[in-house]
Design a protein around this ligand. Sequence first.
Ligand code: HEM
Length: 163
Amino acid sequence: MNMKTTIILTAFRPSSVKISRMERNIYVPPQGPPQGPGPSREIYPLMGEENIFKMLSDFYQELGKSSIRAMFPENLEEASRKSAKFFVQVLGGPPLYVIDHGPPRMRARHIPFEIDEAARQVWLSCFMKVLENADKKYNFPLQHMTGFKDFLEGFSAWMVNKS
Ligand code: HEM
């Protein structure tokens, strides 16, 4: 379903980008928000904060080399730390993201970026690359890898906002 919803993008714009008023049609994935259980909350206690930050730093390095690099801020390291706080929280750690940035509302926060299926595939492939040997690199518990990848699949599908 490609809902022809016109949304006026005044909220959630990055402060570095000056958009006073912009309109476009927003694609709404027909399956709706992800319904799965989410990744295991045992992951954080096993990996620890430092490893999660390192994993996200490496992920943003990959994004930096990818065809969707232009979507991301110049300072990838800083951007990676913001994402890492969200992942700490999702993987069972303290609510670092909420404390610093408020309610996640991830789909809404991604609306200012035009994310189509092709962009999603690039994003996912960058993450898949980082997850290779993640047990050795970040002490990622392999017994939870499938659940984590399922989460990334489902959640990323919900971030798509352009047909
Ligand atoms: C579908 C592919 C996706 C694309 C193309 C994408 C792209 C982006 C872009 C351009 C930003 C803003 C720049 C930044 O601060 O890094 C961003 C922010 C972020 N993304 Fe994504 N994203 C995708 C999926 C996801 C998924 C699946 C998650 C989580 C599971 C996620 C988590 C985040 C977080 C936590 C932020 C920081 C939000 C904030 O500004 O506070 N993204 N993403």
